[in-house]
Design a protein around this ligand. Sequence first.
Ligand code: BGC
Length: 520
Amino acid sequence: MPAVGIASGGRSKEYAGELTRYVMVTCIIAAMGGLIFGYDIGISGGVTSMDSFLNKFFPSVYRKKELDKSTNQYCQYDSQTLTMFTSSLYLAALMASIVAATVTRKFGRKLSMFFGGVLFCSGAIINGAASAVWMLILGRILLGFGIGFSNQSVPLYLSEMAPSKFRGALNIGFQLSITLGILAANLLNYFFAKIKGGWGWRLSLGGAMVPALIITVGSLILPDTPNSMIERGQHEEAETQLRRIRGVDDVSEEFNDLVIASDESKKIEDPWRNLLQRKYRPQLCMAILIPFFQQLTGINVIMFYAPVLFNTIGFGSDASLISAVITGLVNVAATIVSMYGVDKWGRRKLFLEGGTQMLICQIVVAACIGAKFGLDGNADNLPKWYAIVVVVFICTYVAGFAWSWGPLGWLVPSEIFPLEIRSAAQSVNVSVNMIFTFIVAQVFLTMLCHLKFGLFIFFAFFVCVMSVFVYLFLPETKGIPIEEMSRVWKQHWYWKRFVTDEDYPNDGYEMSKPTIVNIV
Ligand code: BGC
């Protein structure tokens, strides 16, 4: 992988150049890749709570829900085909991201983004026109391929384009565009569900074409990153491009560093085997546990199924969709808080505060639902105050996630991997995230049916475990230059046993000669 920064003798240095308008515009366009991911996360729940959609594709679920009013509320949506509709996408995304790694490296980030947009767009067309369940699933697989390609290339593109001092904010910018996508989808679901004739779901699903076209066209007009150009031997074009994006004439220092880093990264033959070395044990653990924990917060239960969930606990269809819009708004707002605070308050504080907040909310929500529905899942008319309490606590839970595990689940892994294992470790991170997104999406409705309100206690247990984990095992990474990050492991009470002085001489700096910094 190419480099974007370099440090000499352990000191980080800054390159000439600013955050130019040109780079801002290219990054905003590129971040639209997050929008398609978010749109998809938000759309499925709303659509699967639309009666006309259920009746057409999942009539047995619809009948169970509509006709048999005495049915246990916890189980009314329990259907493997219905969950397959939501979660098929994540397996497809997982597979595509592995293929995309090669396309991105060999042919540039733009081509992966382009594939992402085109595949996503075809999935949206098939879904919008669907007349059978197989078309829905095929459409979602194509959407998943699209997401796999764009999620692989977009964060890479952003990090390579951004001047290093704005890299953190741009990282969370990608998460912000995910949350905006979720919100847009929730709003559209709300309006489309009202369309008479019950075909609004076609607009919700087909609407995914809009962000897809933006990223497709965007990928055609966006410039390639200098890093990618150098990687493919186009040195002259890369230097011209670097001048343009940094807005200064003399970019030789950064340019030379990019060339050195590119040469260095080409020497690494087997990053996967590297990853297994004892000295990388802390990073490997984080690459697996951070995305695992992020998904075990249970956030996607809310993101995918908020309307279904609100419906289950007694809200009408309309109120359910409004509540989903409210949680979407909270998600965006709290992500902005995180962008503002992450470099002031540090990662650990946000993780621990967010974890405590989520834990309290999950316990309260479990208690509310348990008190009303008990074990048999039947409840009479629900009082208004009860509905308000549940929504307030679900929103507070979403806010807790959105300024902690949401953005940090992507940011922290991206800043702790040293160059020689960065691309491999990042693949592990993305794959674990997709697998557990899939698992949570696939088993949630069945778990709700069996664990009942205990489902929230199940996630609360994991939130407790992950907070203790952060407290004990995650060092603070705020303000530490990426190339000096090994120092935090060497000084950590537990991880220091895996990292010896020989691994990192010079007091934790990774190399004594100029240190190559690579951002993925
Ligand atoms: C997670 C997604 C989640 C989203 C919610 C992301 O960081 O990876 O799984 O749906 O946040 O905003």
